[in-house]
Design a binder for this molecule. Structure first.
Ligand code: GAL
Length: 961
């Protein structure tokens, strides 16, 4: 006989005194929280038999006491698709960590019919016993489970034990891309179920033509009264058979923009539960997904439960995160890839998000065996699938925010998924069913794709031609459904690019209902090196046997809560009100689902060379949802000797629950006039090394001193520390290679320089640049003119045989390390790249090195700001150097980066703390940079944003401060 408990490998969804799933309700029935410090003992394999210690509930045992990359009870492990154990379903290895939990509590003095024990989340499989008698086995890590413990309770102290196993057959259906984090990570509660109470309540709400309705489904003891005091509704039903739909009269509808909730109670003779009702109706009509009869466009985020110290334990950070989403124009959340803590749904009801609620189900690792044995198509697993979807839907069915159910993620396809879809259709016919893996829309209601290329999206939204990979019949079927991108624009590291392309596609097609960025936050885990340096760990940092590195750091928010430039770009692109400003006119398009623009004020700010001239509130009529308006703008005069820019902001006219009055929802900019400023070639040319302002090395022609500063440069730079996107193989890549591998093959990371000639007049320095064992060259001429100013023109001529893009093309100067501060007139405030420019505005900004560069969890390219006019670089004593760019053809100007590390140093470090102490500040003046793309999981940089080698010249002028 096997020594392994059968429940570890059987395919039952759980056993024992499990009670049927039901809504999570606020009740007046007493409850006893069993959270707190429990006795705990652990074993890496087999039964724990050592000393008891303690562990808090809720917590993950691998994060408790985590230090120097290890915890007393094992370590976190990160894999994306891979199973961290042999693929041998339904078996798991004997090396299966087990945690024994134990606590006592006094039987509460409840006059009650039944007592339930509720466990909100335990990863992965657990067996519960009360006073030594088995209560049952719980499965479904992110799913609530209640057990009936009524007749096991004894007066006085009771001992509750929970044995939790990290791996089980269920791990095969919980293969989501995240850390494996075992333990009781959500609350444990004892619930009194009163005599004559309510077993379950579902108040289905509806909204139509200004009126609300409630369609109650109630199980429990009648008579039952439903009250909505604010609406004057009080309806008593004497028996279940009496229950009918209640017309509640005129109401304000619930939407993600107007999250209007009404307090309601439902009372039986023995219990009262309270709910917060939002009135709304969800429907699919043809290819349109509608709420309250109006189409919805998801500008959403995939949200995992993750916290750097607590893991998936719910933290109040959730609220701050949702508020941050609101402030960044996020209107929707997909609960990837399991039901979140129940509070998250309450918050989404209250703050206003369209929610796609996903089942706890993923079998992605079966891809490695060609989907052989995939539980999704094996009848032996059907009960598990049906159990999971029922527990998902039943718990959260009352939430207005939930507008769609998702069957799970990346579980292939098969009969069990079709069965779960069928179950949802029967149980909740109103809310559509989503599942991306149903590639032919055979059993789901919306057509969903992840990481489609813009070309694929165009094909899906077209009315003729083929959709790649689908037959004519399938094409027609998917085109008859609303289209959503359940994941797109992989936010790993610096990126993603092309958000504006996807946004424009969603605007252009009535079939397209937007999408959900992958993903909201990095999952970094806060730990320390042996010498105590804190850092955010990712895959491989805990010595995992198999892992997927930093693929878990792919969020719009860094582990320390810092929003990335990608999030700012998302906010700009996803503005609910699109403002197009041009001389003389302002066009406003309202992309809200249903609110008009009366809550916004429109302000025009006029700046000359980034210096504020005036700020005017514009008279803009309220624009209804879905409509546009054009209003005249005053004719501002250009400043005689400056660039004049007008920025129009749409900002909140009054405080909102998620942002203060003045918060900018949308912006646009235009130049009033670009005065043709003659570039000023110095009149009087002197020998450089006698000028005093600039000293050059007579052999290399390199700058040694500039205005008394120790400076080294220029040096051609083509390399950038590869971004995660540069390292990824795009799904539309022709040769299945990453940009990084092509760049390294061509030696862009190891270029060497040879001075060809130095003409001291100027000086004019010619340098040839190339890489070992390559005949490809770049000839650079640095043409200096030193007079009142120190001017440099760089001319760059590559040999014709270059066959890959370049990450950048620019020059680098090394400055004293004390120069840490920049004030510039150019684009800002954040970094921008050719395919991520919408958040950048032209203006005057100031920042120091730490703000200029993003501390991505794996160091990589950061900090480029395009379109530089002037920058002043200083130390603590003030400005020490001033640089002005010379505008090139069509007014184009180089951008700049100021950094404490070279691209080569960034490239070598796996974490920020591994970077060497800075010895110089590096100033890069880049004539062009390559775009970002989304190749870490998605598409290549678009051709128009790719940097191909070519001859170019650009100029800059240094001025004494
Ligand atoms: C998807 C998956 C996500 C995540 C993402 C890449 O395939 O659904 O869970 O793995 O790719 O980060």
């Amino acid at each position: 006989m096997s020594h392994v408990a059968t429940y570890l490998t059987d395919l039952a969804p759980g056993s024992g005194r499990r009670t049927p799933p039901r809504s999570r309700l606020r009740t007046d029935a007493p409850e006893l929280s069993l959270d707190g410090e429990w006795d705990f003992r652990w074993s890496a394999a087999g039964e724990p038999d050592g000393e008891w210690g303690t562990l808090p509930v809720p917590a993950h045992w691998v994060l408790h006491g985590l230090r120097d990359g290890a915890a007393p009870y094992g370590r976190p492990q990160y894999t994306n698709v891979q199973f961290p154990f042999p693929i041998d379903p339904p078996h798991v290895p004997d090396e299966n960590p087990v945690g024994d939990y134990r606590r006592t509590f006094d039987r509460p003095d409840w006059d009650t019919a039944t007592v339930l024990l509720r466990l909100d989340g335990v990863e992965s499989v657990y067996r519960v016993a009360l006073n030594g008698t088995e209560v049952g086995v719980g499965k479904g890590s992110r799913l609530v489970q209640e057990f009936d413990v009524t007749d096991l309770l004894v007066p006085g102290p009771n001992e509750l034990t929970v044995r939790v196993h990290q791996w089980s057959s269920m791990s095969y259906v919980e293969d989501q891309d995240q850390w494996w984090l075992p333990g009781i990570f959500r609350s444990v509660t004892l619930l009194s179920r009163p005599r004559d109470g309510l077993d379950d309540v579902w108040l289905r709400t509806g909204y139509s033509d200004g009126r609300g309705s409630v369609d109650p489904e109630i199980t429990g003891t009648f008579p039952v009264t439903v009250s909505i005091p604010e609406l004057g509704v009080e309806r008593r039903f004497d028996a279940a058979s009496d229950v009918t739909t209640v017309d509640v009269g005129p109401v304000e509808p619930w939407t993600a923009e107007t999250p209007r909730l009404y307090d309601a109670t439902v009372s039986s003779p023995g219990e009262t539960v309270s709910l917060r009702l939002g009135f709304r109706t969800v429907a699919i009509e043809g290819e349109r997904f509608l709420v309250n009869g109006r189409p919805v466009t998801f500008r959403g985020m995939n949200r995992h439960e993750t916290h750097p110290e607590r893991g998936r334990v719910f933290a109040e950070q959730a609220r701050a995160d949702l508020l941050r989403m609101k402030r960044h124009n996020v209107n929707a959340v997909r609960t990837s890839h399991y039901p979140p803590h129940h509070r998250v749904l309450e918050l989404c009801d209250e703050l206003g998000f369209w929610v796609v609620l996903e089942n706890d189900l993923e079998t992605h690792g079966f891809e490695f065996v060609g989907w052989r044995g995939n539980p999704s198509d094996d009848p032996a697993w059907e009960d598990v699938y049906l159990d999971r979807i029922a527990r998902t839907v039943e718990r959260d069915k009352n939430h207005a925010c939930v507008v769609m159910w998702s069957l799970g993620n990346e579980a292939g396809t098969g009969r069990n998924l079709a069965a779960t879809a069928h179950w949802v259709h029967r149980r909740d016919p109103e809310r559509p069913v989503h599942y991306e893996g149903d590639h032919t829309a055979a059993y789901t209601d919306v057509y969903s794709r992840m990481y489609p290329s813009p070309a694929e999206v165009a094909a899906i939204c077209a009315d003729s031609g083929e959709v790649p990979g689908l037959s004519a019949v399938e094409t027609q079927r998917v085109r008859a459904r609303p289209f959503v991108m359940c994941e797109y624009a992989h936010a790993m590291g610096n990126g993603p690019g092309a958000l504006d392309t996807y946004d424009a596609q969603a605007d252009a097609s009535p079939r397209h209902h937007g999408g959900f960025i992958w993903e909201w936050r990095d999952h970094g885990i806060l730990t320390r090196t042996a010498d105590g340096t804190p850092y955010y760990a990712y895959g491989g940092d805990f010595g995992e046997v198999v892992h997927d590195g930093n693929f878990v750091m792919d969020g719009m928010v860094l582990p320390d809560d810092t929003p990335t430039p990608g999030l700012a770009e998302f906010a700009a692109v996803s503005a609910p009100v699109v403002v197009v400003a041009r001389p003389g006119s302002l066009e406003i398009t309202n992309r809200y689902h249903s609110v008009d623009t009366a809550h916004l004020r429109f302000v025009a700010v006029v700046e000359d060379d980034g210096v504020m001239r005036e700020e005017t509130e514009l008279a803009v009529p309220s624009v209804p949802a879905g409509e546009s308006a054009t209003v005249a703008l005053p004719a501002w005069k250009p400043a005689p000797d400056a660039e004049t820019w007008v920025t129009v902001r749409a900002e909140l006219a009054a405080d909102a629950p998620w942002a203060a009055r003045g918060h900018v929802v949308s912006h646009a900019q235009f130049a009033v006039a670009q005065p043709a400023r003659p570039s000023r070639p110095p009149q009087q040319v002197r020998r450089a090394d006698t000028a005093g302002d600039a000293e050059f090395d007579e052999h290399t022609g390199r700058l040694r001193r500039l205005f008394g500063l120790d400076v080294d440069g220029p040096r051609l730079e083509l390399w950038r520390a590869p971004t995660d996107n540069d390292r990824g193989i795009a799904n539309d890549s022709a040769d299945r290679r990453s940009s990084e591998s092509r760049w390294r093959e061509r030696g862009l990371d190891r270029l060497v320089h040879r001075v060809v000639s130095v003409d001291p007049h100027g000086p004019v320095v010619r340098v040839r640049v190339g890489a070992a064992n390559s005949a490809r060259t770049v000839d650079v001429t640095y043409r200096w003119t030193v007079a009142d100013e120190v001017a440099l023109q760089a001319e760059i001529v590559p040999s014709p045989d270059w066959d890959c893009t370049w990450p950048r093309v620019g020059v680098r100067f090394d400055l004293p390390p004390q120069l840490r501060h920049a004030t510039w007139f150019g684009t800002g405030p954040r970094e921008s790249y050719p395919d991520s420019t919408r958040a950048a505005l032209v203006g005057r900004f100031a920042a120091d090195l730490d703000e200029l560069n993003v501390r991505y969890s794996r160091p990589q390219e950061t900090g480029h700001r395009a379109g530089l006019r002037t920058v002043e670089i200083g130390d603590d004593t003030g400005v020490r150097l001033r640089l002005r760019t010379v505008s090139g053809p069509a007014g184009r100007r180089p951008g700049f980066t100021l950094a404490a590390h070279t691209p080569h140093e960034l490239d070598r470090a796996r974490h920020p703390h591994e970077l060497p102490p800075p010895t110089r500040t590096h100033l890069f003046v880049d004539d062009a940079v390559h775009g970002l793309g989304s190749a870490a999981c998605g598409v290549e940089v678009a051709p128009e944003h790719s940097l191909w080698p070519g001859a170019r010249a650009f100029g800059m002028v240094f001025e004494a401060p």
